[in-house]
Design a binder for this molecule. Structure first.
Ligand code: FAD
Length: 479
């Protein structure tokens, strides 16, 4: 055992320290693209133990990689080079008693999102973050990536749902910001700084999360549409008609449906008509007095009359509703099981979704004829997962992957959007980000990192390259 391994084993014990031989499940990322064998896996049981790990690693100059559920799609939760300690929050999974009057709950960073949902049910409260990986993703990881998901347009991203934080800093100091108030302008918004920082500035140990009263009713529909332009037009109408009751507005394509039906056992398509585009629409209300059925019914009637909606079905039971959602949420898994893929997490102003998809298709076809495009995502906030599979019969992208990625990123930027909407940069997109963002933006990020982690020991080369930190760039240093 190395010195640091011995120190950590002594401090954390059997349950809290795994040697490299037992690090297998923590080593590779969800997409199996990144991750080398770590020096070991630290599994602290509380904030004091996280601080002890950080202090020991800081003193020894050892790099630390925070890891939650390891469902991140940008390779930020695994070691990029040998000699790093993975710090898993999995054992820190306590959920406090929810405070109904204040609408908040204190949770540890290792709580799995679906476990939080289940724990709140008996209290008539919800935590309104939902995404396909909710059975594995943990609160600290969701904060680390500032996750979005399918309800973000109504309730906000993770940064809007975090009221307070407890964070262990790179040198092992603990910042206690566990305040349960929304209004707190006493200085810089430190809690927001850590949301989306992908484990590069500090390790979230606990969080105060914002809760909402449970929904008393919901209506869910699966619709078939002739094209993305119709989907945008119908969505605009629905947003105006349903107002704050609209809580789900997801889209996917027929190619995505085909992959999902092919690879996910038990999934079927419930409508007679297939079409190029599908919308999953959901309205919810915390009051039983709101006529959700009427609101959705009138909007659908309008959509059919206008020729924007070709067919549709309303979910008649909870299990049917879950089935509709699975058709959308299993899109990433369906495509993963098809083979090689290129994932692009794009956002554009929602009114430009159809334009992006159309121009993107022509651009991709020019670069790699026959490339298969599976655009799906969150219509209301313009978030398109513009994922590609190689041409039929081809195992890979024939050396065109970078060209495709750069062209799509440039298109998103040119349309006033982002090439990293909700999954973060991780290790996967740092070079791309450096190419896309302005020099001032690059400097600001490098300086923030340098201020909090001057030795670049916490998740180095994620978001900001280690070279930028070591050079301690100042405004004007980049050209
Ligand atoms: P990890 O993968 O373990 O870590 C993610 C990042 O956060 C890493 O950089 C890590 O170092 C850092 N981190 C982890 N824990 C901490 C901590 N305690 N303190 C500080 N930093 C930490 N994302 C969306 O936003 N919306 C979606 O709709 C969505 N759908 C998905 C569907 C599928 C099928 C999959 C596999 C992923 C999806 N994701 C989605 C991506 C992923 O689920 C989210 O990024 C999630 O937030 C990651 O949580 P995690 O616990 O797995 O984090």
């Amino acid at each position: 055992m190395t010195d640091i391994a011995e120190i950590l084993f002594e401090r954390l014990g059997d349950k809290g320290w795994l040697p490299p031989a037992d690090a297998g499940p923590y080593q590779r990322d969800w997409l199996d693209r990144y991750g080398v064998e770590p020096l070991g896996v630290a599994r602290p049981a509380n904030a004091a133990e996280v601080a002890a790990v950080m202090k020991a690693c800081h003193a020894a100059g050892v790099t630390v990689i925070p890891q939650g559920g390891n469902t991140g799609l940008a390779g930020g939760a695994v070691a990029g080079e040998a000699g790093a300690v993975i710090l898993s929050l999995a054992r820190m999974n306590a959920i406090g008693a929810p405070d109904r009057d204040s609408g908040s709950v204190v949770v540890e960073a290792g709580v799995v999102l679906s476990a939080l949902h289940e724990s709140l049910e008996p209290h008539g409260l919800i935590f309104p973050m939902h995404l396909g990986a909710e059975g594995s993703a943990r609160i600290g990881g969701l904060i680390g990536t500032n996750a979005g998901g399918s309800h973000a347009f109504r309730y906000g991203m993770m940064q809007d749902l975090v009221l307070g934080l407890e964070v262990v800093l790179p040198d092992g100091e603990i910042w206690d910001g566990l305040r349960a108030v929304q209004k707190d302008n006493a200085g810089y918004q430190l809690r927001k700084l850590f949301c989306g920082s992908e484990g590069t500035l500090g390790i979230v140990a606990r969080a105060v999360l914002k809760l909402y009263p449970a929904q008393k009713q919901r209506v869910t529909a699966l619709l078939v549409l002739p094209d993305h332009t119709s989907a945008v037009a119908f969505s605009t109408h629905l947003r105006a008609e349903a107002g704050e009751f609209l809580s789900g507005l997801e889209f996917f394509s027929d190619f995505g449906l085909e992959l999902t039906l092919r690879h996910i056992p038990g999934l079927t398509f419930p409508l007679e008509t297939r079409g190029p585009v599908y919308l999953l629409v959901e309205l919810t209300s915390g009051s039983s007095r709101v006529p959700l059925d009427d609101i959705l019914g009138a909007a659908l009637e309008w959509g059919i009359e206008e020729g924007l909606v070709l067919d549709g079905a309303l979910a008649m039971s909870d299990s049917q509703r879950s089935h509709f959602w699975l058709l959308r949420e299993e899109q990433p898994e369906g495509q993963r099981l098809e083979g090689a893929q290129l994932k692009h997490d794009i956002s554009v102003p929602p009114g430009r979704i159809a334009q992006f998809i159309e121009v993107g298709a022509a651009t991709c076809e020019e670069i790699l004829p026959g490339v298969r495009i599976n655009p799906f995502g969150h219509m209301a906030d313009g978030n398109i997962h513009y994922n590609l599979s190689p041409p039929a019969g081809q195992a890979d992208f024939g050396g065109k992957a970078e060209e495709l990625r750069d062209a799509l990123a440039a298109m998103a930027t040119a349309m006033g959007g982002s090439f990293a909407a909700e999954h973060g940069l991780g290790r996967a997109k740092v070079a791309l980000a450096d190419a896309q963002r302005s020099s001032v933006e690059r400097q600001l990020m490098a300086r923030l990192k340098t201020a909090l982690d001057p030795e670049a020991l916490l998740n180095p080369d994620v978001i900001v390259t280690r070279a930028s930190v070591k050079n301690n760039f100042r405004v004007g240093d980049f050209s």
